[in-house]
Design a protein around this ligand. Structure first.
Ligand SMILES: [Zn+2]
Length: 239
């Protein structure tokens, strides 16, 4: 190859390198712009959700029980617990135990499933019942004559469980086993709740649940809406 041939070849290689380099630069720039756009969209969604979360918390903190609804004061306790659960990144479900005759709140709790470490059993109702049973420590008495033991569940008569969301099957089985006979929930959970379908439980559990009342709470529509908002999946890391 003569000198001019070599020059032409060098020029062609240089042009090719130049073209590829620019193509890569343009691709990179496009990619960056795309990433920036995606990032800013994510930030904007995050900001919107954070704003909604804060607005809901303000509404819950400002809510005053509407006494035309019998369950409002207790559902409000449950919803405030739900808010605590959500702030802890544990999920927005709360519950409380109430002595029906006096309105005394015996125990309250919220979901503790994820923080400080994963505990698959610690839904709000489970955590609350664990604490109550551990505190009260009901013991069975034995009849020396007919050698029978008393049923500890009778101690739960007159105690009502209020929860911000319809109980799941795990919690429902626990509630039934505890002896609680009345459960009122604020937000329905059509896909995960069993409160509206006790008849779907196995026969033994239906027998255990005989006489139990599991119904939507008699609370205000606004409180129900706030309970539902707390129950929404947590999409934002940190909330
Ligand atoms: Zn549950």
């Amino acid at each position: 190859m003569n000198e001019s041939g070599l020059q032409r070849r060098h020029s062609a290689v240089a042009l090719k390198t130049f073209t590829v380099t620019w193509a890569l630069l343009l691709l990179a720039a496009g990619g960056c712009a795309f990433a920036d756009k995606g990032q800013s969209m994510a930030v904007s969604v995050e900001q919107t959700e954070q704003t909604e979360q804060i607005e809901t918390e303000i509404a819950i903190n400002a809510y005053v029980s509407d006494l035309q609804y019998a369950d409002d004061p207790f559902i409000l306790v449950a919803v405030r617990e739900a808010m605590e659960g959500r702030k802890e990144r544990n999920g927005g479900i709360g519950a409380c135990l109430v002595r029906e005759e006096t309105g005394e709140i015996l125990e309250r709790g919220h979901n503790q499933q994820y923080e400080p470490h994963f505990r698959s059993d610690l839904h709000a109702e489970m955590a609350l019942l664990n604490r109550y049973e551990e505190r009260v420590r009901i013991t069975r008495s034995y009849d020396a004559v007919d050698r029978t033991a008393s049923n500890p569940r009778v101690h739960m008569e007159g105690i009502v469980l209020y929860t911000s969301v319809e109980p799941c099957p795990m919690c429902m089985a626990r509630i039934i086993n505890s002896g609680i006979k009345k459960v009122y929930y604020a937000a329905a959970d059509e896909s995960g709740g069993i409160g509206h379908g006790i008849e779907n439980l196995p026969a033994f559990w239906q027998g255990m649940a005989k006489g139990i009342v599991v119904e939507p709470a008699r609370c205000s529509p606004l409180l129900k809406e706030l309970a539902q908002k707390m129950f929404q999946p947590m999409k934002i890391p940190g909330i």
